[in-house]
Design a protein around this ligand. Structure first.
Ligand SMILES: [Zn+2]
Length: 401
C-alpha cells in the first residue's frame, strides 16, 4: 500500500520513500514505494512525471492500493529521493480547477451538465450532455473568470452522502465507497473529484474558451486555463501583431481590411477572366471556322504554343460553353510538357471522350483522366503532340460512326 502524499500537500515537490518492490516488464521497471507524491492520474487529469533517484519516471498508474512508478532504468538501493516535475504539475492543477470553475458556472447558469472532462497538453476539453450555444458558453466563461478574481479557497471535504446528493453538481459513481472526496468552491462548484487542484481560485489563472463543436448530441468545449491560457493568448497576440503590420491597421480593423482585400481579389479575378476571354475570342473564332464536320458534330483541334493548363482550359471553356455540337481536342505546349484536354459541352450527351483522350495521352507518355464529357492530363513527348491530337480525332470519329 502506498501512502498518497499528494493529497496531504498538493504543493510538495520532493519526498523520500522506501522501495517496496521493483520488477521488470517488457524492458521497463515497475516500482512501488511506501509513500509517493506522484499522482497516478484520474478524473481527467494525467499522471505526474519527474524522477526517482535521478531516474526518469515515464508513467504512473494506480493498481489497487498501490501506486506503480514506471521507469526505463532500474533504481539502486532501498531508499529513494523523488522529485515531481513541478511546473507541469502546477499547470495541471490550474487546468483542473479552471475546468471545475467553468463546468460549475455552466451548470449554475444554464443547467448544462458536464459528462466528461480531459486534460491533454495545453487543452482542457469537456463534453456536455446537451448542446451548449456560444452565448451560454461565454456567459459561463465570464462567470468562471469572476470566480478567479474573487480568489475563493478550494476546500477538500468528505461530507455525508445525504449532503452530497443534495448539493453536488454530479453524483459520485454508484460503486464509490464513502467517504467521498468533494472539491468545494463556495458559491461556484461542489463536485466529487479525485484530482489535485490549486488551493484557491485566484491561482487557476485566466479561463478561456477556445472552440466548441457538436459531439454525440451535446457539445465538446475546448478551454485553456492558467499558464496554458496565458501561452495561448500570447501566441494569438503575436499572430495578430503580424497581421496588423501586414495590413497596416490596428487589430480592430483586421476583419474590415480582409473583407476589402477579398472583394478586390474577386473583382481582379473577374477582370482578368474577362481580359483572357477577350484575347481568346479571335483565336476561338478561327479554330471554330476550321472545324471538321462529322455528322451532327464539329470537331476542332488546336495546339497552343508556350501555353499551359490554365490557357488551354480557358480556350476549352470558351469553345465548348456556347457550342453544344463542338468536340474540342486541345493541347498546350510549354517547357513543362504538353497539357491535353478532350471534351465537349455537358449538354451534349451523345459522345464519350475518354477513349480518345486515353489514345492521345498514351502517345504523349503521360497520364490523366476525367468524365465522359471532359478528360485531361499532362504528357512529356511534346514533339508527338500533332500525332496525338490526330489520333484522338480518329478515335472520336470511329466512336461516332
Ligand atoms: Zn477536480
Amino acid at each position: 500500500m502506498t501512502a498518497k502524499l499528494y493529497y496531504d500537500d498538493p504543493y510538495a515537490r520532493e519526498f523520500d520513500a522506501h522501495i517496496l518492490s521493483q520488477s521488470e516488464h517488457d524492458g521497463k521497471f515497475h516500482i512501488t514505494l511506501d509513500r509517493t507524491l506522484f499522482y497516478p492520474g484520474g478524473g481527467g487529469q494525467p499522471c505526474d512525471l519527474g524522477t526517482l533517484g535521478g531516474v526518469e519516471v515515464v508513467e504512473v498508474a494506480e493498481h489497487g492500493e498501490d501506486i506503480i512508478h514506471i521507469t526505463e532504468a532500474p533504481l539502486e538501493g532501498s531508499d529513494i529521493h523523488g522529485v515531481i516535475d513541478w511546473p507541469r504539475r502546477f499547470e495541471l492543477m490550474q487546468q483542473h480547477l479552471g475546468e471545475h470553475l467553468f463546468a460549475g458556472c455552466l451548470w449554475n447558469l444554464h443547467h448544462i451538465h458536464t459528462a466528461r472532462m480531459r486534460i491533454e497538453g495545453d487543452n482542457v476539453s469537456i463534453d456536455t450532455d446537451i448542446p451548449a450555444d456560444m452565448m451560454k458558453i461565454l456567459e459561463a466563461e465570464a462567470a468562471a473568470n469572476e470566480a478567479v478574481w474573487a480568489d475563493i479557497p478550494v476546500e477538500v471535504i468528505f461530507p455525508d452522502m445525504a449532503e452530497i446528493r443534495e448539493r453536488a453538481r454530479k453524483l459520485p459513481p454508484e460503486n464509490a465507497i464513502p467517504p467521498v472526496r468533494i472539491i468545494k468552491v463556495e458559491g461556484v462548484d461542489y463536485v466529487p473529484c479525485c484530482g489535485i487542484h490549486v488551493s484557491s481560485t485566484g491561482q487557476a489563472g485566466p479561463v478561456k474558451v477556445i472552440s466548441c463543436e457538436n459531439h454525440k448530441g451535446g457539445s465538446r468545449i475546448y478551454l485553456r486555463c492558467g499558464r496554458a491560457a496565458y501561452r495561448w493568448i500570447a501566441s494569438v497576440h503575436e499572430e495578430v501583431r503580424k497581421a496588423e503590420a501586414e495590413l497596416v491597421c490596428g487589430y480592430e480593423g483586421i476583419n474590415e481590411k480582409i473583407s476589402i482585400l477579398k472583394s478586390q481579389i474577386h473583382d481582379l479575378k473577374a477582370k482578368n477572366e474577362a481580359d483572357i476571354m477577350r484575347l481568346l475570342k479571335p483565336i476561338a473564332d478561327s479554330i471554330l471556322s476550321g472545324a471538321e464536320i462529322h455528322g451532327a458534330h464539329k470537331i476542332v483541334r488546336h495546339v497552343m504554343k508556350d501555353s499551359g493548363q490554365e490557357d488551354v482550359k480557358y480556350l476549352f471553356r470558351f469553345i465548348t460553353e456556347s457550342h453544344n455540337d463542338v468536340i474540342a481536342v486541345l493541347a498546350g505546349v510549354n517547357v513543362e510538357g504538353v497539357f491535353v484536354v478532350v471534351g465537349r459541352n455537358k449538354g451534349n450527351k451523345s459522345v464519350d471522350v475518354r477513349q480518345a483522350f486515353t489514345r492521345a495521352i498514351e502517345i504523349l507518355g503521360g497520364k490523366g483522366g476525367g468524365s465522359p464529357f471532359c478528360a485531361q492530363g499532362w504528357g512529356k513527348n511534346s514533339e508527338a503532340v500533332d500525332k496525338a491530337l490526330n489520333e484522338a480525332v480518329n478515335v472520336l470519329k470511329e466512336s461516332m460512326n
